[in-house]
Design a protein around this ligand. Sequence first.
Ligand SMILES: [Zn+2]
Length: 369
Amino acid sequence: MGNIVPNPARIGKAHLVVILSQPMSRSLLMILVLVLIALGVLAWLLYEKRIPPPEVQPPVEIPPAEPVEHPADRNFNPGWIGSACSHDGDCSYPRGFCLMPEEGFPRGHCSARCEKFCPDRRGDFYSATFCIDDPAYADSGICVARCNLHLTPSGCRPGYICTSLQRRKESMVQLVCLPKMGTPKPPTQCTRQLDRLGLAYTRPDLADAPTRAARPGEPPPRQDICQIDTPVLLNSPIHSVDYRQKGRRHADHLLLACRMVLGIERLSALLSEIGVVEVEYNGAYVCRGVAGTRSLSGHGHALAIDITGFERAREAPVSVQTDWSGANPKRREFLHDLAARIRKAKIFDVILTPQSGGLHLDHLHLEIK
Ligand SMILES: [Zn+2]
């Protein structure tokens, strides 16, 4: 036998006894048995789940992010004029730039410079655009989005309010989205008076119109332009008189300085007495200068209104343009008599009628200084 390895198939009982009788083989067998026992115990413990699972690192606490994004923003002019942005690169169309949150535009607002018109983009998530006077710069226009009730319930992105504004260098008015400053305002002596009179109104914070540093090639900002002292969105009717913007079918809110609202309240009481149920106006707050001068119009401070016509309960409507010097004596008399009553009541500081000439042939301009 000697060195010859035995064929396992031919190992008999006698051979096994010989192998096990060797001391080296016995300790190997003992180790094998111990390992088997240890494996068995381990398997049993695992089965019984007595071994705790390996320790898992607790998740790292991430502080909640600043609310820089609003879900509704994604469905409003994405990447286009009026969309959310955090830098100019987000407004990736010709001459696009971002009006920043710190400039008063919640979650940013893509815009572009304009003279009179702004481009439109077609698509389900796009509202038309509009060119308005830049509230922060003299002699500049900016593109904004028009309100669109198909896109959001308010017609604007959250944080923006639907406001009627005139197109830059033109009298056409549209409803556009502008920042709504959310901070509630403490009551003023004037708003307390509105409350006492029972007027329905809200207070947008347009007086805090965004002011910002000049961009390259722009003139320095003018802080004084088109500021409104205590802006108020006045709801119709007032003493049963509705105020409807010319060209629109229904009355909606009027943006005015608070003390002008007091004038409108007195005017409405007077109009109600003579059977007027609706006033048609063409511009109240309009950021522009007095034609042919460099001074700002009373409209620029929301202290004036241009009234173009009256609906009456039991009589024919009256138009300033047709009836002031028109053929119908009753309607002509109504207008002249009304102008005299308004003067006598000393409600307004400036009253311009077609008699005042040129630019006032189709309206009564009523203004408080
Ligand atoms: Zn006017």
